[in-house]
Design a protein around this ligand. Sequence first.
Ligand SMILES: C[S@@+](CC[C@H](N)C(=O)[O-])C[C@H]1O[C@@H](n2cnc3c(N)ncnc32)[C@H](O)[C@@H]1O
Ligand SMILES: [Zn+2]
Length: 684
Amino acid sequence: MAASSQITSMEVGKTSQDHLKVHKMKKKVLRKQVRAQHTLMRHEGIECVSHATQSLVVANAGLGNGMSRHQLFRIVEEYGLVETLLMPPNKPYSFVKYGTTEEAKKAFDALNGKEVTREDFGQNIVLYINFVEKVFWKNVVPTSLPPGLTVVEKVISPEEERRMLESIDWTEDEDTQNAQKTLKHRRVKHFGYEFCYNSNNVDKDKPLPGGFPGICNLFLEKCLKRGYIKHKPDQLTVNQYEPGQGIPPHIDTHSAFEDEIISLSLGAEIVMDFKHPDGHTVAIMLPRRSLLVMAGESRYLWTHGITPRKYDVIQASELGQKVGTITADVGDLTLNRRETRTSFTFRKVRRSPCNCIYSSVCDSQKGQQRQGQPSFPLSEMEASKLEQEHVHRVYEEIAAHFSSTRHSPWPQIVEFLRSLPKGAIVADIGCGNGKYLGINKDLYMIGCDRSKNLVDICGEKDFQAFVCDALSVPIRSGSCDACISIAVIHHFSTAERRLATIRELARLLRPGGTALIYVWAMEQEYKKQKSKYLKEKNDSKGKEEEINTDTARGLLSDQMPDGSSQDSASSDQLLNDSKGKGCDAKPVADSRLPVHTNRTSFHSQDLLVPWHLKSDTKKKGASADILSFPAGSKESQELSPVFHRYYHVFCEGELEAACRSLDCVRVQKSYYDQGNWCVVLEKL
Ligand SMILES: C[S@@+](CC[C@H](N)C(=O)[O-])C[C@H]1O[C@@H](n2cnc3c(N)ncnc32)[C@H](O)[C@@H]1O
Ligand SMILES: [Zn+2]
């Protein structure tokens, strides 16, 4: 290993015993350095090189193990001009790029095996250094704030902050002591109404005597005048958080409080995490003396909470004062030590039941949900139920008709299959009617699908196929040379389930094996080109050529009568929340899934796509889902029954980001193909 010859910093021994000691030390460092190399490769896909370069990866010096940007910068700048210092969030390593290779070598010699003390933790750690060809980290596209949420900076002066903090007497009464017990030592005090943590509600008939501290009333007047709020709150909770304390993710009970909830951060800044029911999270910096206003979707649908920890990952350049979302710009992240923070949260007690549009999370509307109209899944169980009802059952019912619309294979998928070597073992996960199973006779292809009726159709064509779920494929790990999964993963209804499916696909591949994935794109117009799916809209009804891999013939010119439901879009921005140009899902106005109007652009990432079943292909005994037609309407009397398939259409970058979050694969290629986002993965 070339690295060993570069450990010169420890060559200080004089006697032969000293030499022996140094030799042993060197060997130990080398062993650990090589181990770091392997770990980086295996878990992170970071390839170290044995020759000197300008760039180093420093193991054990990451935000994930308590090294701050400031401290690491001070350590590495001693050896030369630091061009880049990348610190990925939650990772135990960082990248340093020097102006020259000489400087990087100097740093390598001095720092490999060097013990340093982490400033804030007082613990020692040993750095292990390796050269890399270049420092690279794909930044996640900046995320946007949850709809309805605003953060107003410097809403009060330092003087007002001091007076507000002084207005709270923590030593006062016993109630506080009791509350402290239930809240694990977080200090809390209520004004206006007592908040009961067991019921997560207030006793509306028992206002507390005394009202708000005077300074708070003045503050609220200001908020009303400036338009931050429309109604004056009548309940105040003051919380004091010590570093390390947090608050579990929750939605403030709908029936307890009105729409606007505002919270002042005093004493110190904090990072608060917001989470959409689909799993998408946004970390938001709440600077000291700022006001968080939660209204609409952010108040009703998203949970908010504070992760209990002593440090937050924040953007270094703004030193904790930047408002809004923490982006994963790894060239600019550091750790921020938490200090004691006091929050003043003002709410308005609700006097009548909540009739918001987020009925799936509304305690006032429990049990009143419109029958049959599926909502966005809020748990794993709901997700699997939704897919059962609005994917699996539908494919089972429409199998024959669906299959009759699936003839033409897609050129780029054909090309992928034709490029594989003779004798390759290839699995088609979610193979449908087996459209791709016979493309290249030189391959051993096997298909699988959740739909028995579709698998039977494959059997009729003498293809090898079996029934299984893409989340758990009964094929031995590493046994496939290639896999394809065409238009399947968009049928999974949570980000976690979509990722799990990709992971399962990767599991099947041998090292070096490749997988081709297609999913339907949110952007049906890309680079000024309308996808064929959209263009088909004006074509004649009878046109028989299939266009989109997954926008079946049956959809052609089928217009849903109720276009209005399109407005109730649910914005679902995923793992990476890409804000691609065409990806402008409207904010959630309803947790019920909107029904898509076929051959139009998408307004929501999560939706139901109607399938109008031709009666001659309808299986006997099939029961169609006609909920979108008002009873007695012209449409409901038509012979052609309508099924609704659930889809999650992907935004630009979303599929790729999900793939990149897996350690075991590399994204070889990613592209847009006629309204679909596509990737080719390679197993590492
Ligand atoms: C739009 S079709 C695509 C079929 C085929 N890959 C093609 O390109 O023609 C989606 C297929 O995914 C299958 N599918 C949906 N969810 C699945 C799951 N959880 N496991 C396996 N297959 C699934 C459906 O049964 C259906 O055959
Ligand atoms: Zn509600």
